[in-house]
Design a protein around this ligand. Structure first.
Ligand code: ZN
Ligand code: ZN
Length: 109
């Protein structure tokens, strides 16, 4: 019996997987990390798995971590935006200021 090794190349072509702390991380645990989105200037939570569909209980945990960060570091009224426009294959959610989309011009608390 012959075992053929398949070509095993792991292509990391995902901004979120490749995230290398270019911005300040507010929070990290085994499930997720939270940092300011470079494009939107608002905090976003990123699941540590490359998967677009976390189970509901994980989703709830990530959202509550994100809320804590907003309360601690920003203090604006926010809404959770988990419409993944730019990276649809990796779960992440933005906390956007109520009535707005980006955090440009927002002052941190
Ligand atoms: Zn990824
Ligand atoms: Zn963003």
């Amino acid at each position: 019996m012959r075992v053929t090794m398949e070509h095993m190349t792991l292509i990391v072509d995902c901004e979120l997987c490749a995230a290398d702390r270019v911005t300040e991380w507010f929070y990290e645990d085994d499930v997720c990390w939270i940092a300011e989105c470079e494009a939107c200037y608002v905090p976003m939570v990123v699941w540590k798995r490359h998967d677009p569909n976390p189970p509901e209980e994980i989703r709830v945990v990530m959202h509550s971590r994100l809320r804590d960060v907003v309360d601690t570091h920003y203090g604006f009224e926010h809404w959770l935006d988990d419409n993944m426009r730019t990276i649809p294959s990796h779960y992440h959610a933005h906390a956007r200021p109520r009535g707005g989309f980006s955090g440009h011009g927002l002052r941190r608390g």
